[in-house]
Ligand binder design. Structure first.
Ligand SMILES: Nc1nc2c(c(=O)[nH]1)N[C@H]1C(S)=C(S)[C@@H](COP(=O)(O)OP(=O)(O)OC[C@H]3O[C@@H](n4cnc5c(N)ncnc54)[C@H](O)[C@@H]3O)O[C@H]1N2
Ligand code: MOO
Length: 398
């Protein structure tokens, strides 16, 4: 068998198939988790106008020598459209968020006063500017509030909305098509001889959704190359990435390989990773001219999931305009034996903040152990145990 290629080389091969999706404009409220495709510039300052930071009285600081009583000229509340002006030697009752009357330069909170309605007694002096939020003190009009390439989180959306911008240019969430293959597969509970319950469709769909994609599942598709090819072509019409599982090793019925191997630019071969050695990838031309990447993952459930995390998730991140690889790391709590010429992907648990330990009883393809794990350790090839205290790459689960 041909030599296996290193994980990094296969990842590079996969990422070479992917370019960020063309930007679209979406309502600000719908942009969570997407990457901005253009700078967002503030059309207005934030705050837009000088406003009270406390409920109390707007005054001229120079008029407040403690103790003092000032006549109250009126009340100004948040949302009031007309801006009163303050006559020296008077106070305006003012509510948090209300525009500060012209001529006032401080707000005395209720707690420092007798809360008088017509006349207010103030018990302490106030510094100029106190309890006033100045126009533009947070954001200057015309400045960039969110730069191109930002992964939009709630705080970004709040800032964009806060400066009054209702829509943003983003790379859209990638659409993923999942195609499980295997004549043995049944949806729901397998009961007949030789039948296997399809778990890859569920696992890969969930993992793709967790990576921010929208997902459509097809299949399971039986072991007929023509039918599989038809399904892949149909899926590519609707998706930005097609992920298949199964049918790519060395068996007599390896349908994915049979259907796609001969196509221009498709590659199938071994990757030096355990689990997940057989891999494949290529591009399918959709009728609208898009060249849709197809990743062919092995069928064995733990290998399929692990391969998704190593190769498909970075592809999704790249499609979404993100840095392809998340680089989570943790410190080993106990040594891990890696004597292998392949990268080992091992189930492990979190045993303390930033500390992980391999799960005992690892037997290769255990779905039970995978479900019991908090993280997968990604251990590069090596010939000696990696000691406790070493920092290693992890793929967080959950
Ligand atoms: N002679 C060789 N045999 C195998 C090799 C090899 O190099 N030479 N590689 C082995 C390795 S490593 C893996 S991993 C598997 C991958 O094989 P395939 O990708 O072709 O997967 P299948 O044969 O279709 O299935 C493997 C296994 O997984 C079960 N499966 C498949 N799909 C699902 C699903 N959707 N849900 C649940 N279980 C699924 C399937 O029933 C098989 O048991 O090949 C080795 N063989
Ligand atoms: O490489 Mo396979 O995924 O170990 O069984």
């Amino acid at each position: 068998m041909a030599e296996s290629v290193p994980v990094e080389d296969h990842l590079a091969r996969v990422l070479a198939l992917v370019t960020p999706l063309a930007p679209v404009t979406v309502p600000t409220a719908d942009a969570m988790g997407l990457v901005s495709a253009a700078d967002v510039t503030a059309p207005t300052a934030l705050p837009r106008f000088d406003h009270a930071a406390m409920d109390g009285y707007a005054v001229r600081a120079a008029d407040v020598s403690a103790p003092v009583s000032l006549p109250v000229a009126g009340v100004v509340a948040a949302g009031d459209a007309s801006l009163p002006s303050l006559t020296p030697g008077t106070a305006w009752r003012i509510m948090t968020g209300a525009p500060v009357p012209s001529g006032a330069d401080a707000v005395v909170p209720f707690e420092w006063t007798d809360r008088g309605v017509d006349v207010v007694a103030i018990g302490q002096t106030v510094a100029t500017g106190r309890h006033i939020r100045r126009a533009g003190e947070d954001v200057v009009a015309g400045s960039v509030v969110v730069a191109t390439g930002a992964l939009l989180a709630p705080a970004h959306l709040a800032l964009i909305a806060g400066v009054g911008v209702g829509s943003v240019s983003v790379h859209p969430a990638p659409r993923v098509a999942v195609i499980a293959t295997g004549a043995e597969l049944v949806v729901g509970g397998a009961s007949g001889a030789g039948e296997v319950s399809d778990s890859n469709t569920v696992a890969i769909s969930a993992a793709a959704a967790a990576a921010g994609a929208t997902v459509q599942a097809f299949g399971p598709v039986p072991d007929a190359p023509a039918a599989l090819l038809e399904q892949v072509l149909a899926a590519a019409e609707l998706a930005d990435l097609v992920v298949t599982t199964g049918g790519i090793s060395a068996g007599d019925h390896d349908v994915v390989k049979a259907a796609l191997r001969g196509r221009d630019g498709f590659w199938f071969g071994g990757v030096a990773v355990k689990p997940g050695r057989p891999q494949g990838c290529g591009l399918i031309l959709a009728s609208d001219g898009r060249r849709v990447p197809v990743l062919c993952l092995p069928g064995t459930p733990v290998a399929a999931y692990s391969s998704f995390r190593l190769f498909a998730e970075p592809a999704l991140r790249a499609l979404a305009g993100r840095v392809p690889r998340s680089s989570a790391r943790a410190v080993l709590d106990a040594p891990v034996d890696v004597a292998s010429d392949r990268t080992l992907v091992l189930p492990a648990v979190q045993v303390g903040p930033g500390r992980v330990a391999q799960l005992p009883g690892h037997v290769g393809h255990s779905q039970r152990l995978l479900a019991a794990a908090d993280v997968l350790l990604v251990m590069p090839p090596g010939d000696a145990p990696v000691p406790a205290g070493a920092e290693v790459e992890i793929l967080p689960l959950g």
